[in-house]
Write a protein that binds this ligand. Structure first.
Ligand code: URA
Length: 233
């Protein structure tokens, strides 16, 4: 037996929270009766959502893509630009977890597991994301500390971050920055807040899951260890 919200999430209906909402809305029916929050079901039960039968649990796929710049992180782009889905040849209906800007490259996870996608992107879970960036000019230690302690973007202070300077000369600084929030264009806006422009941005890790040697535009399936690790984050 398994909780109904988990069963529905495993069937690809939505995240557990979304499934709970459907149950509360009274649109989930189990064996002809309106379902209730917290109830348990087995695969022998007849379950429908909005009158549509929910069948076998879907197989979940998890993969990482090395997103190149010049691709939109979406399933379909209204402006007809190339999307990250153009780089994936998996038949299942996958979708990206979180977002990288059009001109950002690096590690993007794709899955059809709505529960995991929600968990990885929910601010409460504070999942670390690590980026390598090249910025204009020299980043001073004072600015580095400001970034680490939090800067105002759109009037709201950012959570503590970790910033390491990897290399610098008078014109550029190469650094590694780890943040656990996922605000829109966050890294670029953080550097903007200390008067620096991000010229190049690449996500190299989500938690301890690293992009490694995966080539730009290539993808690979995550192994069981990696999937279990992400589920525990
Ligand atoms: N921060 C940004 O500014 N852009 C991204 O794509 C990701 C994080």
């Amino acid at each position: 037996m398994v909780r109904l919200n988990k069963y529905l999430a495993d069937c690809g209906v939505g995240s557990r929270r979304e499934c709970d909402r459907l149950i509360s809305d009274g649109v989930v029916v189990v064996n002809g009766k309106k379902a209730t929050l917290g109830m348990e079901v087995s695969e022998h039960d007849q379950i429908s959502v909005n009158g549509k039968r929910v069948g076998d649990k879907q197989k979940n796929y998890y993969l990482m893509l090395h997103k190149p710049k010049g691709y939109v992180t979406t399933v379909k782009d209204d402006l007809g630009r190339k999307t990250v889905m153009d780089l994936i040849d998996v038949k299942a209906r996958l979708y990206p977890v979180g977002r990288l800007d059009y001109d950002t490259e690096g590690l993007l996870i794709l899955t059809n597991d709505g529960d995991l996608a929600n968990r990885l992107t929910h601010p409460r879970n504070e999942v670390n994301k690590t980026y390598i960036c090249r910025i204009s000019g020299m980043l001073t230690d004072k600015e580095r500390l400001q970034l680490e302690r939090g800067v105002l973007i759109d009037g709201v202070k950012t959570a503590p971050a970790r910033v390491r300077i990897l290399k610098q000369d008078q014109h550029h600084t190469r650094c590694e920055i780890t943040i656990h929030e996922g605000r829109n264009r966050q890294v670029k806006k953080m550097f903007e807040a200390v008067g620096k422009e991000v010229e190049f941005l690449k996500r190299v890790a989500v938690g301890e899951l690293r992009l490694g040697g995966l080539k730009r535009g290539q993808h690979r399936f995550l192994n069981d260890y990696e999937v279990e690790y992400l589920k525990k984050l």
